[in-house]
Structure formats: structure tokens, C-alpha cells
Design a protein around this ligand. Structure first.
Ligand SMILES: Cc1cc2nc3c(=O)[nH]c(=O)nc-3n(C[C@H](O)[C@H](O)[C@H](O)COP(=O)(O)OP(=O)(O)OC[C@H]3O[C@@H](n4cnc5c(N)ncnc54)[C@H](O)[C@@H]3O)c2cc1C
Ligand code: SF4
Ligand code: SF4
Length: 384
């Protein structure tokens, strides 16, 4: 077999690699920094299992339950501050760990490479907390889940295509498995992030020892990026940070993210988590400057988990349309910028400063004046 699915549709979910009975598939990084399956023709027996499993080619369905909440963890402010949104992930994770289970999510290693890891100790929970805006490497985590799922409760957290990949690989539901997917804007290239970190380290002559994409020092809705070096840290509002600008203009996303197969409403997880960006409009009394979550319950299992954790939250039931209105990523894929290919061709030769200058359009003077005017009027109204 030559190719499982067209390259621009492959999400890199690893289901094909894990299912292959001959271990003929490996995930290999392409020139943009995204991993894709490569088949060793000498080992392949043409059984077709990879094609029958791939979640892009086959529908993985869930019974839709669809209860929605606006909520945040009512625990101490300090725990809320370390999470990206309303810290709902931590409540579910603690429940699983207290039941002697395993929690799997994305964590940076010592070289700032993002990988899915399994933890069994509450002391390690901070490694998983917080959104990291690049694609996480799943490695062999699906096989690990299959090996342990009959003896342990497992919570798996990932972007929707990762959860769909896991479900496609496992082929059946397990009582012990709880899955959470995240509302997903798309995943930028790990190669871009590695380049950005390397340039920061050269510029500051020190190693980056921690990267927080969602620092709430200036609030949840005006979040910052904080980069910690051995001897100092830098904090920048997300819309002033070069890496975040590249992420949010969609130029560095995986190709599959521009026509995402997993925004169809056919949810694969038990619970979907995101930011409730429309909270001020729909539920101003629920606004919390340290973060508010949107929760979508997709299954009976997800509903049971929410019933267990809900007393540790401040919550209100809400409508799905209210979540979607502030969060178009739930339904719509990012648009592929016309210069995306040019951008990736220059990734190896051009530094981040110049990439940002060249590929991020400056807002026109007219728009900048208009926005400033709007901000001033808002301030006057609020004072009055
Ligand atoms: C790439 C990406 C894009 C997102 N886009 C949106 C969006 O457009 N709109 C929106 O409302 N929300 C988005 N989110 C989700 C949001 O940022 C929060 O992760 C979510 O609301 C959960 O917050 P929390 O406070 O409950 O938990 P947190 O403590 O923030 O927990 C986050 C969980 O996500 C996992 N995780 C972190 N980074 C990754 C990653 N790169 N890949 C897979 N899993 C990861 C962690 O392991 C942890 O389990 C995105 C998240 C990611 C990672
Ligand atoms: S199973 Fe996943 S990694 Fe394999 S081809 Fe399909 S989308 Fe790509
Ligand atoms: S946008 Fe879709 S394809 Fe891209 S990472 Fe998110 S779920 Fe996967």
C-alpha cells in the first residue's frame, strides 16, 4: 500500500501506526514539521487494516447527548490561574487519579518538545495543565491505553482528531475510558515552535525552562505568554507575542486543520471543553476574570462525570448556540492563507522576526484608529 489517505487530510492521529499487525508504519516528520505515516513496503502485507481504521476515511460515531454548561472550578484562585479556561480538566483528572486511575494529556519534556504522557500521581498534574499551542506527539500512547484499559480507569485528553483516532483504533467503547476533547482552533507546526524557542534562547543567552501560553497576570480574556528562562522571565500580551500572532493568523497550521473532518457535530468524546468567550454577553453574572469554561456533555458517561464534579464548580446550564457564537472554531475550520506554502518554504532560512514582518498583515491605519476610538467610547460609557 502506498498511501492511507491524502497527505493534506491526514491529522497524524497514529491510529494506523498502532493498528498495523506487522509494525510496518512509522510516523515521520515532514519538511513542515508535522508527522505523517510512512509504510515500509517490505513489511506491509496489504491487509488494509490501516485504511479500515483511519478516522478520516471511516465515521466514528457517538450518541449525541448535548447538555451544555458555563462553569468554572470554585477551588482556590491559584489552581484556576494555572489552567487555560475554567480549570474543569483538573476536576475530572483528580477524580480519575483518586480512583487509582491514569490521566493522559500533553506535557513539555526538558527540551520543550510536546508529547502525550501518562501520569498516575496527583503531583504530576501541573505538567498537563494549560493549553500548549502546537501539535502534541502521541507516540505509542494508543497502544499503552489498550494494554491498560481493562485494569485501570483512564482519562485521555486531546484535540478532537486525536480522540477520534483513539476511538477508531480501540474499535469499541470501554467503561474504564473517559475522553475529553478541546474546542480546537487548529495545531501549529512543532518545528516552528522549536525554531522560536531556539531563537529566544540565543537572544537571551539562556535556556527556556517553562513556556506558559495562557498566563492570566493580565486576565483570562487578555491572556499573556510567559517565557521562563533560568534567570528571568518575559511576559507579553498574546497579541504582541510573535509566535501567537503566527498561530492566530492560521499560517502555520497542519494542512488537515483547514478542512477539519472533526467539526461536524458528531462528537467523539464524552466531554468537550473550551473557553466560554461569550460569557459577558450571555451570562455576565458568571464572568470570572480568572477564567470561564464552556462544557459540552456528549455522552451519558460524560454526564455521570459532570454530576460527580459539579459541586466543585460554579455552573449554569446554557445553550450550545451560545457557546458556538463566541467560539466559531467549534464549527468552522481556519481559512488557509494564500501565502502558507511560501511561509513554510522560508521556515528554514528566515528568522521569526522576518517571518512575522513578512507574513502578518499590519492592520490598516483606518482600522487602528477605529479600534482606538471604540476603546475610548467604551471607557467613557463604563465610567458613566
Ligand atoms: C491547540 C489548541 C487549540 C485550542 N483552540 C481553542 C479555541 O479555538 N477555542 C476554545 O474555546 N478553546 C480552545 N482550546 C481549548 C482551551 O484552550 C482549553 O484547553 C480548554 O478550555 C480546557 O481548559 P481547562 O482550564 O479546563 O484545562 P487546562 O488546564 O487548560 O487543560 C488543558 C488540557 O489540554 C491538554 N492539552 C494542552 N495542550 C494540548 C495540545 N497541544 N494537544 C492536545 N492536548 C493538549 C492538556 O494535557 C490538558 O489535559 C484549544 C486548545 C488547544 C490545545
Ligand atoms: S489513521 Fe490518522 S495518522 Fe493514519 S492516515 Fe489516517 S489520519 Fe493519518
Ligand atoms: S482543527 Fe481538526 S484536524 Fe486540526 S488539530 Fe484540530 S481537530 Fe485536528
Amino acid at each position: 500500500m502506498e498511501e492511507i489517505v491524502e497527505k493534506n487530510k491526514c491529522t497524524g492521529c497514529t491510529a494506523c501506526m498502532n493498528i498495523c499487525p506487522k509494525h510496518a508504519i512509522s510516523m515521520v516528520e515532514d519538511e513542515e514539521g508535522f508527522k505523517h505515516p510512512v509504510i515500509d513496503q517490505d513489511k506491509c502485507i496489504d491487509c488494509g487494516l490501516c485504511k479500515k481504521t483511519c478516522p478520516v476515511l471511516n465515521t466514528v460515531s457517538n450518541k449525541s447527548f448535548n447538555k451544555c454548561y458555563v462553569a468554572y472550578n470554585k477551588d482556590k484562585k491559584s489552581t484556576l490561574i494555572k489552567a487555560s479556561s475554567g480549570n474543569i480538566f483538573e476536576l475530572v483528572a483528580k477524580h480519575i487519579l483518586n480512583e487509582n486511575g491514569i490521566v493522559i494529556g500533553a506535557a513539555f519534556d526538558n527540551d520543550n518538545k510536546l508529547k502525550h504522557i501518562a501520569i498516575a500521581d496527583i503531583k504530576d498534574l501541573n505538567k498537563l495543565k494549560g493549553s500548549k499551542y502546537l501539535q502534541s506527539d502521541l507516540n505509542n500512547i494508543f497502544s499503552y491505553i489498550k494494554e491498560n484499559i481493562n485494569v485501570k480507569k483512564i482519562l485521555f485528553v486531546g484535540v478532537p482528531c486525536q480522540v477520534a483516532g483513539l476511538k477508531a483504533y480501540l474499535k469499541k467503547d470501554y467503561d474504564n475510558l473517559i475522553t475529553i476533547d478541546l474546542v480546537c482552533h487548529g495545531v501549529p507546526s512543532p518545528k516552528l515552535f522549536a525554531k522560536y524557542i531556539k531563537e529566544l534562547e540565543i537572544e537571551n543567552n539562556a535556556k527556556v525552562i517553562n513556556y506558559n501560553f495562557r498566563d492570566k497576570v493580565s486576565g483570562w480574556d487578555t491572556y499573556s505568554n510567559t517565557i521562563t528562562f533560568k534567570n528571568k522571565h518575559i511576559t507579553e500580551l498574546h497579541n504582541n507575542n510573535k509566535y501567537m500572532k503566527l498561530f492566530l493568523t492560521d499560517i502555520a497550521l497542519r494542512e488537515s486543520c483547514y478542512d477539519c473532518n472533526f467539526k461536524t457535530g458528531n462528537k467523539y468524546s464524552d466531554i468537550t471543553l473550551g473557553d466560554f468567550w461569550g460569557v459577558k454577553k450571555y451570562y455576565p453574572d458568571m464572568y470570572n476574570k480568572n477564567g470561564v469554561s464552556a462544557i459540552i456533555i456528549n455522552t451519558e458517561k460524560g454526564n455521570n462525570i459532570f454530576n460527580i464534579i459539579k459541586d466543585n464548580t460554579i455552573y449554569k446550564e446554557c445553550k450550545l448556540e451560545e457557546i458556538i457564537s463566541g467560539n466559531p472554531s467549534l464549527k468552522i475550520s481556519g481559512k488557509c492563507p494564500s501565502k502558507r506554502n511560501e511561509f513554510f518554504k522560508e521556515l528554514d532560512t528566515c528568522d521569526i522576526n522576518n517571518l512575522t514582518k513578512k507574513y502578518i498583515k499590519k492592520r490598516s491605519l483606518y482600522k487602528r484608529i477605529l479600534n482606538k476610538g471604540k476603546r475610548i467610547i467604551k471607557k467613557i460609557i463604563n465610567k458613566g
